[in-house]
Design a protein around this ligand. Structure first.
Ligand SMILES: Nc1nc2c(c(=O)[nH]1)N[C@H]1C(S)=C(S)[C@@H](COP(=O)(O)O)O[C@H]1N2
Ligand SMILES: [Mo]
Length: 424
């Protein structure tokens, strides 16, 4: 063994001590018993024959036993599957990156199929030179790579008037988090030549699908941190996420992240399109509405245990885990309560929070087997604290849809099953 490994290899004594300590901790929980473990002591089928060759799976799918980790619909929201939505199985995922294959989809007129060779992107309006780029043109600009969450403004929107949907996938699954590769929007807009004075200017963005999903973005935001992405999690965007090119608008509502991006026009006023007037406008408690609520405020959710991820192992060591995010910056802390908010404990962040990306949190407890009212509460780098449902309702009333970032409660019963409830 070469010298550079000496320092990192655990000494035999250290290793044994570690193993003994772990054994003791697990022993109290009644798990990890060596005695009578036939899966260890007897030779199994998979060890007597050969496995698949490397030619069997040119592109891999999850193993069949994970077949329930899939997008799901809510039937009464899905009368029409073309202008519709499905949900990410966040209750069954861990870490922070959402695989494209189970990342929720939202289409206003279905997912369209376009070849890279047919792709064109136009920049026009108040620019020096209107331009049309091919896909290959876009690949020749300096690239950037960053991870961001996309949350539909309607995520948790069914929960305003009461606890409705039984599962984190359904209450909070209109979210995904991917590592994007692409070109900064500023780079492209500068190529076309920006107006001398950008203040008060807008960028109207639209997609190539029949709905076009046109939205107006303040030019300041477009030049700040937006990007046009052609890769997600290292591979080409999937058709349903906008292949070959989508807009990435960090921290802002998903509706602005135009898929199959086709045209961007610099204007001196917003368009006030359907998607930013009759939709994506928030009704308030007094019946009036507010618009231009682009930023997704800090929010968190316990993904397990939860209604679709009940506790099956009984009392003892329990890993409570979930996700937190903020459109205004990074998550700095997540608190968890098991008694409906009487007492809070600070959860462990798996990694320090990153700006406008999902953060994974864990709280390891010794569960006494009694019912719990489980909640999580996110704090972001602006100091903002995720509000209770009651506090949010005071401002927003019961008839809102979008931007519901309230604290969620799971009632975990003594048998480990969990239910979506509200506590007053
Ligand atoms: N062209 C186009 N872009 C679109 C949409 C659409 O229907 N057409 N839906 C928007 C909405 S409302 C959301 S929440 C996100 C969803 O992105 P996803 O399908 O990748 O999850 O895309 C946005 N971009
Ligand atoms: Mo959305």
């Amino acid at each position: 063994m070469s010298d550079e490994f000496e320092g990192v290899k655990p000494s035999r004594r250290g290793f044994l001590t570690g193993a003994a300590a772990a054994g003791a901790a697990l022993g109290t929980a009644g798990m990890a018993k060596a005695e009578g473990e036939r899966l260890i002591t007897e030779v199994q089928d998979w060890a007597t024959g050969l496995g698949d060759g490397v030619d069997v799976t040119p592109y891999g799918m999850p193993i069949e036993f994970e077949g329930d980790v899939v997008r799901r619909n809510v039937e009464w929201l899905t009368a029409d599957t073309i202008s519709s939505i499905n949900f990410t199985p966040i209750h069954a995922l861990d870490g922070t990156i959402t695989p494209q294959g189970c990342a929720f989809e939202r289409h206003h007129s279905g997912a369209i199929e376009m070849k890279k060779s047919d792709y064109r992107l136009m920049i026009n309006g108040l620019v020096d030179t209107p331009l049309v780029f091919t896909y290959e043109d876009l690949e020749r600009f300096p690239r950037m790579q960053k991870t961001f969450f996309l949350e539909c403004a309607a995520n948790t929107g069914m929960e305003w008037a009461g606890a409705q949907l039984n599962g984190a996938q359904f209450t909070h699954g209109m979210i995904h988090n991917m590592e994007y590769t692409g070109v900064s929007l500023r780079t492209l807009l500068e190529e076309a030549g920006l107006p001398d004075d950008i203040s008060g200017k807008w960028l109207y963005v639209e997609g190539a699908d029949a709905s076009s999903n046109g939205r107006s973005i303040p030019l300041e935001k477009a030049l700040d941190d937006c990007m046009i992405a052609f890769k997600a999690n290292g591979e080409a965007l999937r058709k349903e996420h906008g292949y070959p090119v989508r807009l990435v608008v960090p921290g802002w509502e998903g509706n602005l992240w135009v898929k199959w991006l086709r045209r961007m026009e610099i204007m001196d006023a917003p368009v006030e399109s359907r998607e930013e007037t009759s939709k994506y406008t928030d009704t308030l408690a007094d019946g009036t509405s507010r618009k231009w609520t682009w930023v997704m405020d800090a929010k968190s959710i316990v993904t397990s245990p939860s209604p679709q991820a009940p506790i099956k192992h009984g009392k003892g060591p329990l890993v409570i885990t979930g996700l937190a995010w903020s459109g205004r910056g990074a998550i700095t802390a997540v608190d968890v309560t098991i008694d409906g908010g009487k007492t809070w404990q600070q959860a462990r962040l798996a990694e320090p929070g990153k700006d406008m990306a999902l953060t994974r949190f864990y709280l390891d407890i010794d569960w006494d087997g009694q019912e719990m009212f489980l909640q999580s509460r996110a704090v972001d780098s602006t100091g903002y604290v995720q509000p209770t449902k009651g506090a949010l309702r005071e401002v927003r009333g019961l008839n809102s849809i979008y931007h519901n970032n309230c604290i969620q409660t799971w009632w975990v019963k003594a048998d480990g099953e969990a239910e979506n409830v509200e506590i007053s």
